[in-house]
Ligand binder design. Structure first.
Ligand code: B12
Ligand code: SF4
Ligand code: SF4
Length: 398
């Protein structure tokens, strides 16, 4: 039986146990005073949250303003960071290069779902604390979905700094880290020298690479993102039709986007190794084959997203995204994969397949397929997309 730890040692114990559980960074921060939410409220008022209306629900706002509403007894918070893969795999022999018919999935979503991985480890961390203290400890784990201002708390805890692309950058790890928290009823002092705070004072300086590189121009300003234009929002959170004027800029992304991180100098170089649990599941998740995905039936798509963060999208959304990426491929082979999607049961999929075929005209077959579908289509919005696609095709000489 181990001796119960003195409270003064707890911060060190937490840090050591978090490391033992695989977290790359961990730091403790008192929960009082809470972080002001006016920047967050301004962001909501400007409409930047788009359809993510849950972010503005009164109870959600109240919790963000004071995490004690998530756990009344909470006195402190452990903030953890877990690094996911930051590079793409080399194409295997036979797949000469990453061709245009390979889509792109944000790196955090190619692996086992980080929500599950981090939640399980935070629960274990709480158990180990109970053991160390030899008494019950009230704890609540939060990963992404809970109404916590995760980046701002991570910054206050000393894990890193919030950068112009709004990402939390942890020195030595870059921004390819996922965040989680453990609320505790223990009155822990903030670490005198928070884990990994070294270099946290380095900021963006004059750099603005991410702001300039964003394909859809989603940054209103440094530190302010209009989610409605962000590819991550458009491919994941947005349920309906993707605004036509943004589709071409989405390129090959079918779930999320990493562009504003890829251009960041803080992400250059190898960095510390990622957690093995957050490595890409296989080649199909690292370099998804768009033709194959477009032909998948429901069960295959369900298997593809199973236990990954991609569970968040419906199969229709995923096919919508695949259709857009195929339309952007400029590759003749995409036509044969898109034509069957014109007859898909979901109008959302049919309309995006129409747009994609319009972009691929004058490839053989694309125009004829659009005309045939228009003759039988009974959904007004899909018919309108078919007509626009035919007009695009005519303008392009198809
Ligand atoms: C909604 C949401 C989104 C939205 C909106 C993103 C956004 N920038 O606001 C969309 C769908 C677009 C999105 C996209 C992504 N997301 Co997201 N998302 C969230 C979520 C659920 C809430 C974020 C939020 O509240 N946004 C509103 C803004 C106003 O708040 P904020 O970004 O936290 O900003 C704070 C600071 O920037 C600070 N601040 C504001 N102005 C200024 C100015 C200065 C000078 C400073 C220093 C600070 C500062 O105050 C703000 C409020 O306190 C969080 C999880 C969570 N519970 O927090 C994950 C989260 C932010 N997302 C995450 C990730 C990984 C992503 C993507 C990289 C996924 C991808 N690859 O596609 C992209 C990145 C896009 C980007 N550049 O932000 C991670 C970020 C990890 C990290 N290292 O920062 C989080 C923390 C999830 C997690 N648990 O790990 N996301
Ligand atoms: S994730 Fe992509 S679309 Fe969103 S802000 Fe970053 S670069 Fe722009
Ligand atoms: S690309 Fe430059 S401006 Fe953007 S987050 Fe990185 S350092 Fe900051």
């Amino acid at each position: 039986m181990t001796e119960p730890a003195a409270p003064a040692d707890l911060t060190a114990i937490i840090s050591a146990q978090a490391r033992a559980l695989g977290f790359h960074r961990a730091a403790v921060v008192p929960i009082d005073p809470p972080i002001p939410i006016h920047a967050y409220e301004q962001w909501l008022q400007a409409g930047h949250a788009g359809e993510m209306t849950y972010l503005a629900a009164p109870e959600h706002l109240a919790c963000r303003a004071d995490p004690r509403l998530l756990l009344a007894e909470a006195r402190s918070m452990v903030v953890v960071a877990l690094a996911h893969q930051r590079s793409d795999p080399a194409p295997p022999p036979g797949l000469v290069s990453v061709d245009r018919l390979r889509g792109r999935i944000a790196r955090y979503a190619r692996s086992e779902d980080y929500h599950l991985v981090m939640r399980d480890r935070l629960v274990l961390l709480a158990d180990r604390l109970r053991q160390a203290l030899g008494r019950p400890v009230l704890a609540r784990s939060c990963v992404d979905a809970a109404p916590v201002l995760e980046r701002a708390w991570a910054e206050r805890a000393g894990l890193g700094f919030v950068a112009k692309n709004t990402m939390l950058i942890a020195p030595g790890l870059g921004s390819h880290v996922m965040l989680g928290e453990l609320l505790l009823d223990l009155p822990l002092p903030a670490a005198a020298e928070p884990d990994a705070a070294r270099g946290a004072k380095r900021r963006c300086g004059d750099c603005r690479s991410c702001l300039d590189a964003c394909p859809t121009g989603a940054f209103v300003d440094a530190y302010v993102l209009d989610a409605r234009r962000c590819i991550s929002y458009l491919t994941i959170e947005h349920r309906g039709a993707i605004p036509r004027e943004l589709r071409a800029a989405i390129g090959g992304w079918i779930f999320g986007c990493d562009v504003c991180q890829d251009v960041c100098p803080f992400n250059a170089g190898g960095g510390e190794p990622h957690d093995p649990a957050l490595a890409a599941r296989d080649l199909d998740h690292a370099l998804p084959d768009l033709l194959e995905l477009a032909g998948h039936h429901s069960n295959q798509l369900r298997r593809f997203v199973k236990r990954t963060s991609m569970r968040r999208v419906t199969r229709d959304q995923l096919l919508r995204n695949v259709a857009v990426a195929l339309g952007n491929s400029g590759d003749l082979r995409a036509v044969a994969a898109l034509v069957p999607l014109l007859a898909h049961r979901a109008p959302l999929v049919r309309s995006h397949a129409a747009w994609a075929l319009g972009r691929l005209c004058p490839q053989p077959g694309a125009r004829a397929a659009l005309e045939q579908r228009l003759a039988v289509e009974d959904d007004a919005e899909v018919s309108a997309e078919l007509e626009l696609a035919l007009a695009d095709a005519a303008a392009a000489g198809g």
